[in-house]
Design a protein around this ligand. Structure first.
Ligand code: CA
Length: 225
């Protein structure tokens, strides 16, 4: 097990690092968004623990970027920002769990263990919903053994929705997640992507159904359930 800890407060970095080391986890510790991206790109971690207030940027933005790039590694946010809105924003950005400072060490370790226990078909390189699978590293979408005819931006959109299957994904989250790739994505563009993805999935007889929640966002469902 190898973990990445992203915390700019030296005292907390040492404290959390010692806690994780004592629990037997291998650890890399960094303190900036830039080092987070460098480390996540070069090493395959089992879990990433991220503080949101970092000196060179916002942890939320960094998480969104990692997720839209296809990173499936579980992410635990540890932060002083504890309001309900902030927690929701953290989870919407692609974090798997959210812990508000100050927290108890044993609760911290329990959350770490829980995230590391998640089944690999949820957090591994393949996400499967019904008869349809997406490979999070190359964005290949396979349905009944056949490659589904989707453009790259549609594959990214589908991956974002599949990660939160069964949950409402706000349109704004899709816009900002898909915008990380150098240009802005408008609400209309998201609608067009959803519409093309739906058509391709229907043609492939996929179990995936993307429902529109008017004015709010989308929910991806498994028709085979
Ligand atoms: Ca901080």
């Amino acid at each position: 097990m190898r973990l990445l800890l992203v915390e700019d407060n030296p005292r907390l970095q040492t404290l959390l690092g010692e806690t994780l080391n004592a629990a037997g986890y291998g650890l890399d510790a960094v303190g900036t968004v830039q080092d987070l991206h460098t480390s996540a790109a070069s090493t395959k971690y089992d879990l990433i623990v991220v503080d949101l207030g970092l000196p060179d940027g916002d942890g939320l933005q960094a998480i969104r970027k990692l997720r839209s790039g296809g990173l499936a590694t579980p992410i635990l946010v540890v932060t002083a920002r504890g309001s309900v809105e902030e927690r929701v924003a953290g989870l919407d950005a692609g974090a798997d769990d959210y812990l508000t400072k100050p927290f108890n060490n044993s609760e911290f370790l329990a959350r770490v263990r829980a995230l590391l226990r998640r089944p690999t078909d949820v957090i591994g390189p393949l996400i499967k919903i019904g008869n349809t699978t997406v490979n999070v590293s190359n964005l290949e979408v396979i349905c009944n053994g056949q490659d589904v005819d989707l453009r790259l931006s549609e594959r990214r959109l589908l991956l974002l929705l599949m990660r939160r299957s069964g949950n409402l994904v706000p349109k704004g989250v899709l816009e900002s997640s898909l915008s990380e790739f150098g240009r802005d994505v408008s609400a209309n563009a998201v609608e067009a992507l959803v519409s093309r993805a739906r058509k391709a999935l229907t043609e492939a007889n996929s179990d995936i159904q993307i429902d529109t929640v008017r004015g709010v966002g989308y929910t991806l469902k498994d028709r085979s359930r």
